[in-house]
Design a protein around this ligand. Structure first.
Ligand code: PAF
Length: 284
């Protein structure tokens, strides 16, 4: 496994591999790797000759300075964990390498930047769009792997690929969960055992909401009863709970079992912001 910190060196390594006929899979990360990432990497290794994992804590996607400062980082541990799981190249650029000081461009991501995560984290998705575009340009993968846990990010990146004509395919990978149901996230590292148990209620709430909806209870009632469940979870501070169409995240007013529906939630446990979603697949 090779570790690259410059755009030039990773490009020249990958150009050689491409000339030899290799197919390239990219798993973009911000490090603090966990089972969810390893799952993406293993899948990428199954379907590509070369797997590149990028590790870069992207400053432009943090709207709060303290969130960027508190983001867990352990590069040595991450690199060790990547040995022997099918990753051939790790791209670990510095901030200077990714962002020239005379930067002039920003992204306008449309309504995605104004709803759910976008509403509570202004500028976040513009930063994600910028860094993912850069990574796609640098690595030029055939396939790029993203988890369903960050569903809004996934929809944004699919829009990016379609609207900017990137010649690659996005592979969407289901969320990996702890036995308790808690979705794997680098942020979980900042929770103690008790807080993790408490955070498992986030998924419980989504399951309650799903059961209500599929049993025919109206969306408004389902939402307000689930909000009541969350209210009773002491130590959990709900930010939003929304029912949307999965393909574009637009709100729906009535459940239609022919259309894939996503139940999306975000909130705080202690001072750690967590998000999750549960998708209801169309009946076939
Ligand atoms: O999901 C993440 O870890 C980040 O948002 C990503 C896609 C690596 C961009 O910085």
């Amino acid at each position: 496994m090779k570790v690259f910190d410059s755009i030039g060196s990773v490009r020249s390594f990958l150009n050689d591999k491409r000339r030899q006929g290799s197919q390239i899979g990219l798993v973009p990360t911000m490090g603090s790797l966990h089972k969810g990432h390893f799952n993406l990497i293993k899948l990428a290794a199954k379907n590509n000759n070369i797997v590149v994992v990028s590790i870069f804590v992207n400053p432009t996607q943090f709207n709060k300075k303290e969130d960027l400062q508190n983001y867990p980082r352990d590069l040595d541990k991450d690199i060790k964990a990547l040995e022997n799981i099918g990753c051939q190249a790790v791209f670990v650029p510095s901030e200077r390498e990714m962002y020239p000081s005379n930067r002039t461009l920003t992204f306008e991501v449309g309504y995605i930047g104004k709803i759910m995560e976008g509403k509570f984290r202004p500028g976040h998705f513009a930063g994600v769009a910028l860094i993912v575009t850069k990574l796609f340009n640098v690595i030029a993968p055939n396939y790029a792997y993203f988890g369903q846990k960050d569903l809004q990010q996934l929809v944004l990146i699919k829009n990016l690929v379609r609207e900017l004509n990137f010649d690659l395919e996005i592979v969407e990978v289901p969320t990996v969960r702890e036995a308790s149901g808690l979705a794997m996230s680098s942020r979980n590292q900042r929770l103690n055992g008790q807080e993790k148990n408490l955070a498992a209620n986030i998924y419980k709430g989504l399951q309650i909401l799903k059961n209500k909806i599929v049993s025919g209870i109206g969306l408004e009632t389902s939402i307000s009863e689930t909000k009541e469940f969350y209210k009773n979870v002491e130590g959990f501070d709900l930010e939003y709970l929304e029912i949307v169409r999965k393909s574009d995240l637009l709100p729906i007013s009535k459940f239609n079992s022919d259309i894939e529906t996503a139940l999306c939630v975000a909130g705080y446990v202690a001072d750690v912001r967590l998000l999750d979603n549960l998708c209801i697949n169309p009946k076939v």
